[in-house]
Design a protein around this ligand. Structure first.
Ligand SMILES: C[S@@+](CC[C@H](N)C(=O)[O-])C[C@H]1O[C@@H](n2cnc3c(N)ncnc32)[C@H](O)[C@@H]1O
Length: 242
């Protein structure tokens, strides 16, 4: 395991920390629902699955769902959250995505939210994801666009925070143009995006999850009606493989 993988695993073994952002999980879950509306799948991969919240609703529309996460605590939560009646459809893998051998063209939907900021090589991640999707299959991937003005504010805020609390963990800064170019070179075509802002820049504790959800929805709207999209640094993409 690389140093970065060890750090990220340690960070996400603490599930409580991540669950404080549950309004964001709700937005992500609804975005997936909107992007996949009326579609049926034979094999879905959610990697990294976190608590599984985002993709579990797809169980009614897929024959098989694979969950991968490097954090054993996250994966246990995903297992706990799986309805017993659907457990036989779900495969749980607790490992680093880069260590797992996956044949080409394995999944007709791959969901990858919240990972680009945490890997050693965003380029390798995008290549592996592109390879394992079936022709005609879909990729839903999220990135915080490092070239967006709001990302400069987020990184300035995080830098200040790390100086005060001596945090060692650093997020990757990946530009949207890089993600789009890499995936297009691998034969994927951009179909849709939903843009909003995840960070409340140090003011997060002032609002409840319900309030943050309603403020985000009032300003940015929903995936099928994205308002003020240009103000959003956080991009969820829907790509289709040729
Ligand atoms: C920000 S969370 C996102 C979880 C989920 N996709 C979501 O949107 O709620 C990042 C997750 O990535 C997992 N992770 C980080 N690096 C990984 C890797 N190399 N392979 C598999 N999982 C990884 C972490 O354990 C954590 O659960």
């Amino acid at each position: 395991m690389t140093d970065k993988s060890k750090l990220v695993k340690e960070l996400f073994e603490d599930t409580a920390l991540y669950l404080t952002y549950d309004y964001n999980l709700q937005i992500r879950k609804e975005t997936i629902e909107s992007f996949t509306k009326d579609l049926q799948f034979s094999s879905v991969l959610d990697m990294p699955c976190g608590t599984g919240t985002i993709s579990l609703p797809l169980l009614d529309r897929t024959d098989k769902l694979t969950f991968i996460d490097i954090s054993s605590n996250m994966l246990s939560m995903a297992e706990k959250n799986t309805p017993t009646a659907s457990k036989q459809k779900v495969i749980y893998i607790n490992d680093d995505f880069f260590n797992i051998d996956i044949p080409d063209n394995s999944y007709d939907l791959v969901i990858c939210l919240g990972l680009l900021a945490h890997v050693n090589s965003p380029e390798q991640l995008l290549h592996k994801l592109s390879r394992i999707i079936t022709p005609g299959g879909l990729l839903i991937i999220q990135n915080t666009d490092a070239a967006h003005f709001y990302s400069y504010l987020i990184h300035g805020y995080l830098k200040l925070k790390s100086l005060i609390s001596k945090q060692l963990y650093k997020l990757n800064q990946v530009k949207g143009s890089f993600v789009e170019h890499q995936l297009e070179t691998q034969g994927l075509k951009k179909i849709k995006t939903y843009r909003y802002n995840q960070s409340f820049l140090g003011f997060s504790n002032l609002f409840s999850n319900e309030k943050k959800y309603s403020m985000t929805r009032n300003f940015f709207g929903y995936a099928d009606n994205n308002k003020h999209a240009g103000w959003g640094s956080d991009v969820t993409y829907l790509f289709k493989k040729n």
